[in-house]
Design a protein around this ligand. Structure first.
Ligand SMILES: Cc1cc2nc3c(=O)[nH]c(=O)nc-3n(C[C@H](O)[C@H](O)[C@H](O)COP(=O)(O)OP(=O)(O)OC[C@H]3O[C@@H](n4cnc5c(N)ncnc54)[C@H](O)[C@@H]3O)c2cc1C
Length: 426
């Protein structure tokens, strides 16, 4: 069969690779100049670096299998992170259960309740009971208002902006469960995976395999219309040209598919428009000196413009960057005024608050800055999410949707994109 894949991110490239292995002819259309989607990279020193920070967990078995299949296992490193939380203008270590026990921002009882909530999540198997409950209510019920207001409230707002109160308990349960199971028998040790040379090596190898096997990747080729034909084939329009295919798999957000003029029945169109995403602004800073000893710092401060500080070179200590790399990340609604600020304004605002965090630090340590944005960073997993999810098989014959919004009850992540790319086989 002659198959079109819209989007050369993780899902699209994995789907293309699988279909080629089955003997199909595959053409991938990608809006941008490079493949990788949210895992796209830039050059830093003699290395590649993701524009949005990435690591994998020990239970991300699908991507580990893909890495094996691509003969890249020797490039996969398992590294021990040090995490912290910034709250009330102070940085607290937050890596192990002992750190939680020593966390002075909460009373001793609240610390225990917070720990028990994570423990309870790990052993809860039936997530469907949490679908009707918000994360907020689940936390308050199990760990109390104080734990919610001091820690989880600011964190949920930082990820979901003004939709924070609507987030399903399932989403938070899954985060706790996932994080909990990245620790081995020795509860204090967590391991995160990263590829030598960036995750980009996986997607470069997939793209190379697709091309070598006779597939095509059309870069800078946004698809703007998909038109079903009487003979059940589909016409795909891109850059003013029309291409005909037996099957089309769209791997963009449902919202992008909804703008491709496909004559869907009302019920499916409504589903496409109901799934919302949060955007992300991510600033990479190359510094001459390290900022802290931590890899991952969660910012639980309501007034801060960024919600995560990730000191990449504190996890990936062996590297060729020739500098210290940090990411500052902010999730927000694309309608939020902050999203439309210029790069210069964002940089100024982020740096102002970085100086509040580290009063001895100043701009003279900055070698280079790079700002990236995406409108489609994080699906908003509201209560009863399973009811609004659009099906992979769309009502238009031979047209499929495989987007990260359909990953559920797990949350988006490369591992699940690999799983989805394999699942959408036709
Ligand atoms: C800030 C951030 C941090 C993250 N951290 C991690 C992490 O630590 N670990 C992890 O595993 N995952 C992480 N993720 C998630 C991970 O990046 C995604 O789950 C995964 O990359 C999604 O792949 P995808 O192919 O489904 O979607 P995408 O990567 O979004 O790919 C979709 C592709 O479609 C293209 N496209 C869009 N419109 C069109 C069009 N009209 N025509 C043609 N092409 C089009 C896009 O350009 C893009 O290349 C993170 C994501 C973000 C935003």
């Amino acid at each position: 069969m002659n198959i079109c894949i819209v989007g050369a991110g993780a899902t699209g490239l994995v789907a293309a690779n699988e279909l080629i292995k089955k003997g199909h002819k595959v053409s991938v259309f990608e809006a941008e100049e490079q493949h990788g989607g949210l895992v796209k990279t830039i050059d830093v020193g003699d290395e590649k670096l993701e524009v949005f920070y990435h690591h994998i967990f020990t239970n991300d078995v699908e991507i580990v299998k893909l890495i094996e299949e691509l003969n890249l296992t020797s490039e996969l490193m398992w590294l021990e992170p040090k995490n912290s939380i910034y709250i009330n203008r102070k940085l607290y270590p937050f890596t192990s259960p002992i750190d939680l026990l020593l966390f002075k921002e909460l009373s001793f009882i609240d610390r225990i309740r917070m720990g028990l909530l994570v423990f309870k999540a790990k052993f809860l198997k039936d997530w469907s009971q949490l679908e009707n409950m918000s994360s907020k209510d689940w936390i308050i019920k199990n760990a109390g208002k104080n734990v919610y207001e001091k820690v989880w409230g600011p964190l949920l707002s930082s990820k979901f902006d003004y939709d924070a109160d609507k987030i399903s308990g399932t989403w938070l349960w899954n985060k706790f469960k996932l994080r909990g199971s990245t620790r081995g028998k020795n509860l204090s040790k967590e391991l995160l995976g990263y590829m030598k040379g960036s995750f980009g090596v996986i997607y470069d190898k997939l793209a190379e395999r697709i091309i070598n096997a006779g597939g095509e990747i059309h870069y800078s080729s946004p698809v703007d219309r998909i038109e079903p034909q009487e003979d059940k084939t589909l016409n795909v329009h891109s850059n003013g040209k029309t291409f005909n295919f037996d099957r089309v798999i769209v791997t963009t957000s449902p919202e992008i598919l909804s703008k491709m003029n496909v004559p869907f029945p009302k019920e499916y169109s409504e589903k496409l428009s109901k799934v919302k995403y949060k955007a992300n602004i991510c600033m990479v800073l190359e510094l001459s000196e390290k900022l802290s000893d931590y890899y991952w710092t969660t910012i639980a401060e309501n007034d801060f413009p960024f919600v995560l500080l990730i000191e990449h070179t504190n996890l990936v200590t062996e590297n060729e960057y020739k500098s210290h790399i940090i990411y500052l990340s902010r999730y927000l609604d694309k309608k939020n005024k902050f999203y439309s600020l210029s790069d210069e304004e964002i940089q100024k605002e982020f740096i102002k608050y970085l100086k509040i965090m580290f009063p001895d630090w100043n701009e003279s340590k900055i070698k280079w800055v790079h700002i990236s944005r995406t409108e489609y960073a994080q699906p908003v997993v509201v209560q009863q999410y399973s009811k609004i999810l659009p099906e992979i098989n769309t009502p238009v014959e031979n047209l499929y949707l495989a987007s990260m919004a359909q990953i559920y009850p797990e949350d988006r992540g490369q591992n699940y994109s690999v799983r989805l790319g394999k699942q959408v086989q036709i």
